[in-house]
Design a protein around this ligand. Structure first.
Ligand code: ADP
Ligand code: MG
Length: 337
């Protein structure tokens, strides 16, 4: 069925059922001029929005509607994780071109509801317009308190720089999408791991919550554009520099193998592939082992020390274990090609 057959209101009706996953916060969800939610007695509200535009952030036809919906929400929840907060509600605004069918829009929402349900976040409203390009904007409302909030600005000289998960997987996943013949050359498990990192990334909310509980994290952000560029945000906000040991960057064996197949340097994917949505954070010197032990105990996956906070005069230094300076080569702007 095509959109003109059911119109804006018919479509809204089809997608807005079953959108409340944490009812205690809701007074009135979708269906009035504005959503009405109860304040939850927290000290601070977190507000953020993210827009995904066809041809810029995704290629229509290369990502399934379900995955697109899932990813749009994941990217937004990741911003709340990056602050040490808890996401509560989202508003979804969509611009939909005529080529998109009603079934596809329903699938986009099915992907959204799957991840919203997983993290008990409500979909409380949005807007729907028709336009030439598919665009999805997700606004998220979260909560925090002054004690648990983690800003980009708290990194101190001597702090250790750490990262969750593994880097460069999303870039590797994108490479598989671009060159489908590659998928025959790697194991099915690796293929699924890399594709899901790119198509349905998981916001690191559990990891963020644990880091907040540890209570000593000094700064944090999520990695959307790639470590080499993103670390500069922490440096600028905190008035510090950073030394990253590129030999310590966590990369999976599958990512490594795929990089080899396409003659790319896996370090460059880890540094500037982008869209990893892992957490980059700093801890006071000597605390890194506490983080590693806590992650291990909680079964929250990998966490790795990748460098140290240095004086602002040095900027961002990428060095090998024996101190050689590394410069990023073969930079790809993945999102635009
Ligand atoms: P209005 O014309 O007052 O802006 P709409 O007719 O656009 O209201 O929307 C009706 C209801 O459906 C509102 O609660 C709105 O938040 C919700 N809504 C509209 N579009 C979407 C969408 N794409 N996703 C989720 N909720 C939506
Ligand atoms: Mg409206």
């Amino acid at each position: 069925m095509k959109l003109p057959d059911i119109g804006e209101f018919g479509l809204i009706e089809k997608i807005t059922g079953g959108t409340v996953f944490n009812p205690k916060n809701i007074y009135k969800g979708i269906g009035d001029d504005a959503a009405v939610v109860y304040p939850t007695g927290v000290d601070l509200m977190l507000l953020s929005s993210d827009m995904l535009v066809e041809g810029v952030h995704f290629i229509y036809g290369k990502i399934s509607p379900f995955q697109l919906g899932y990813k749009a929400i994941a990217v937004s929840l990741s911003d709340i994780a990056a602050m040490g907060g808890i996401p509560r509600h989202v508003l979804v605004s969509m611009a939909i071109p005529p080529k998109v069918t009603v079934a596809e829009v329903v699938d986009i929402y099915s992907g959204m509801k799957t991840i919203l349900s997983r993290y008990s976040v409500n979909l409380v409203g949005g807007d729907t317009v028709f336009s030439p390009l598919l665009t999805i904007d997700v606004a998220v409302i979260g909560e925090s308190s002054p004690n648990s909030l983690v800003l980009r600005s708290g990194a101190k000289l001597g702090d250790i720089i750490m990262v969750t998960g593994e880097l460069g997987k999303s870039a590797a996943g994108l490479e598989i999408l671009r060159n489908s013949h590659l998928s025959e050359k790697i194991s099915l498990a690796d293929k699924e791991d890399l594709l899901s990192a790119h198509l349905t990334p998981e916001p690191r909310l559990a990891q963020s919550s644990l880091l907040v509980k540890l209570g000593f994290i000094t700064s944090m952000m999520d990695l959307s554009d790639g470590l080499a560029g993103d670390i500069r945000h922490i440096c600028k906000s905190s008035g510090v520099g950073a030394n990253i040991n590129i030999n310590n960057l966590p990369v999976s064996r599958g990512t490594q193998e795929l990089a080899g197949l396409v003659s790319k340097n896996v370090i460059d994917w880890a540094l500037s592939g982008g869209e990893d949505y892992e957490l980059l954070f700093t801890v006071p010197p000597g605390r890194q082992e506490d983080v590693i032990i806590a992650f291990d105990k909680a079964g929250l996956g990998k966490v790795t020390s990748i460098g140290a906070v240095i004086g602002p005069e040095s900027g961002v230094e990428l060095t090998t274990a024996n101190g050689q300076v590394y410069s990023v080569t073969g930079y790809d702007h993945f999102k635009n090609s």
